[in-house]
Design a protein around this ligand. Structure first.
Ligand code: PMP
Length: 320
């Protein structure tokens, strides 16, 4: 077994030692991908730890389960409470990644998930950067694989099985020497990364694919859209053609794990001048402030773990 990332794990309603949080090899989810999950971050903010958009992540997890025809056996409040209690029990005081998962456990080999009880687990562990080699930004490729989605599966769900598609593209991309892959959807338009949404900027117009393009509706994406709207910058959610990728001025990924990551090249073609552009830098900086409670407008996004103090000072956006 790999080295424990935490002392304790929340598993089916109890906090148990890491070693006890195990699943039988006949689990339905292991064979058939029948589970839904979330990726959440918590940030160290002064001497508090704050969970970013916890309720929204839990809500998306419940909706992902609904799309696959099952309910979580715990309420949203119980799930949020479990996340906080788990962090407290582990006595974590650094930035964290939090991974709740609800999945179909052991029955026989029948594909029908309906009679199978749903197990729920939450893991939280110290975490900083997703891309260890990310310096200024990422060099990515357009995957030869298309993004999984409708009409075969509800792509808007964050379901375990969907990630076989991400893993496939990510491995292909890595083999070819890229940092990350970008998917097109079945219609041939720009979709998303293996675990990120994408934004492009061209002639000061910002665009990102809309929900009908088969993306996961990223919570980071929603946060970035809120910031862009606050700044009243020209912005649209629309179909983006593959060819637009090669002539845009800036491109960046958003996602809980990657946060805001500048894209420096796509298919070895430089984006803009090959350095993070002004919109990307502004979004990245504002996002970093927002997650740490330095944007007074979005304090409601933060759930303090230890509840010791008011985490925040005033907004300090130098661009306003
Ligand atoms: N698309 C996919 C396929 C993802 O896995 C993720 C990560 N959850 C995202 C987009 C970004 O979503 P979020 O900002 O909520 O992390």
């Amino acid at each position: 077994m790999s080295k424990p990332l935490a002392k304790y794990v929340w598993f089916d309603g109890e906090i148990v030692p890491w070693e006890k949080a195990t699943v039988h090899v006949l689990a339905h989810a292991l064979h058939y991908g029948t589970g839904v999950f979330e990726g959440i971050r918590a940030y160290k903010a002064e001497d508090e730890v704050v969970v970013f958009r916890l309720r929204e992540h839990i809500k998306r997890m419940v909706e992902s389960a609904k799309l696959y025809g099952f309910d979580l056996p715990y309420s949203d409040e119980e799930m949020c409470d479990a996340v906080i209690k788990l962090i407290q029990k582990n006595d974590f005081h650094s930035s964290l990644y939090i991974r709740p998962i609800a999945f179909k456990g052991v029955a026989g080999i029948s594909l029908d998930p309906r009679p199978i009880p749903t197990s729920v687990s939450i893991i939280a562990f110290p975490f900083e950067k997703y891309f260890s080699n990310e310096k200024l930004g990422l060099n990515i490729n357009v995957s030869s694989w298309r993004r999984i989605g409708e009409p075969a599966v509800p792509g808007i769900a964050k379901a375990c099985g969907h990630y076989i598609n991400s893993a496939l593209a990510r491995a292909e991309s890595g083999d070819a020497g890229f940092d990350e892959a970008l998917f097109l959807n079945s219609g041939g338009n720009v979709c998303e990364g293996t675990g990120e949404n994408i934004f492009i900027v061209k002639d000061e117009q910002i665009a990102t694919p809309g929900l009908t393009s088969g993306i996961l509706n990223g919570i980071t994406r929603q946060t970035v859209i809120a910031l862009i709207r606050d700044w009243e910058l020209p912005f649209t959610e629309r179909d983006i053609a593959r060819s637009e990728l090669y002539t845009c001025d800036e491109a960046f990924f958003t996602g809980t794990a990657v946060e805001v990551a500048s894209i420096l090249s796509i298919d070895r073609k430089r984006v803009g001048d090959g350095k993070p552009g002004p919109v990307t830098r502004r979004v990245k900086e504002a996002y970093e402030q927002t997650v740490k409670g330095l944007n007074s407008k979005y304090l409601r996004y933060l759930t303090p773990v230890y509840g010791r103090q008011q985490v925040v000072r005033a907004t300090s956006d130098p661009h306003r």
